[in-house]
Design a protein around this ligand. Structure first.
Ligand SMILES: CC(C)(COP(=O)(O)OP(=O)(O)OC[C@H]1O[C@@H](n2cnc3c(N)ncnc32)[C@H](O)[C@@H]1OP(=O)(O)O)[C@@H](O)C(=O)NCCC(=O)NCCS
Length: 169
């Protein structure tokens, strides 16, 4: 399995993969594949932070980080993360996050936030975002609104996350 930046020729395959991954997901509104398209077409898109996992020429996972604002600073949100059902629980989600966090840090971002799956994301280093002074724009239990600090030297923030309008929040 290799991980590389997503390219334009991957878009249709990624659309089908995201749809498939969320078909059997516990939490899904069935439109995550459209969110990927909307984010790609938004100003929040960072091409270097849309990654695909490839095995035998097939895309089996995808991760997307897009820009958000936190109290006047540009940071990132992770959403969505998709692994093909046949390939789940083999470490691919964690590998995509590790690569994504590394790339995001190199681009100079200090934080990335994620919502829900409070059992899963801590495995990739996510902790309640409030610990870093990052607040959610909607009501959510602290443990469900998480962040990773990408740069050890980053200072705590003090602000509410503002998502791209593609999220419909
Ligand atoms: C959630 C998802 C991305 C996880 O990807 P994955 O490649 O299967 O996860 P990994 O293999 O990297 O998981 C590593 C560890 O997390 C655990 N884990 C996987 N999915 C989990 C979940 N939903 N809840 C809790 N733990 C989970 C694995 O058991 C494994 O634990 P271990 O290291 O103790 O054995 C994948 O299942 C998926 O695409 N689901 C459907 C879409 C979705 O819900 N995406 C997330 C919301 S954006």
């Amino acid at each position: 399995m290799t991980i590389r930046q997503e390219e334009q020729r991957d878009y249709e395959e990624v659309y089908q993969l995201v749809k498939k991954a969320f078909e059997t997901a516990e939490e899904s509104d069935g439109t995550e594949q459209d969110l990927v398209t909307a984010l790609r077409n938004s100003e929040s898109f960072v091409p270097e932070l849309s990654l695909v996992a490839v095995e035998d020429g097939k895309i089996i996972g995808q991760i997307l980080f897009s820009k958000i604002m936190i109290g006047g600073r540009e940071e990132l949100a992770l959403a969505p993360l998709s692994v093909h059902p046949k390939w789940q629980k083999k470490g691919i989600g964690l590998a995509l996050m590790a690569k994504g966090h590394e790339a995001a840090g190199k681009l100079g971002y200090d934080y990335t936030v994620v919502l829900d799956h409070a059992e899963y994301y801590p495995k990739a280093g996510y902790v309640p975002a409030r610990r870093y002074g990052i607040k959610s724009p909607f009501d959510v239990p602290d443990e469900n609104f998480m962040a990773v600090r990408l740069n050890d030297k980053a200072e705590n923030l003090n602000g509410v996350v503002q998502y791209d309008k593609a999220f419909g929040i």
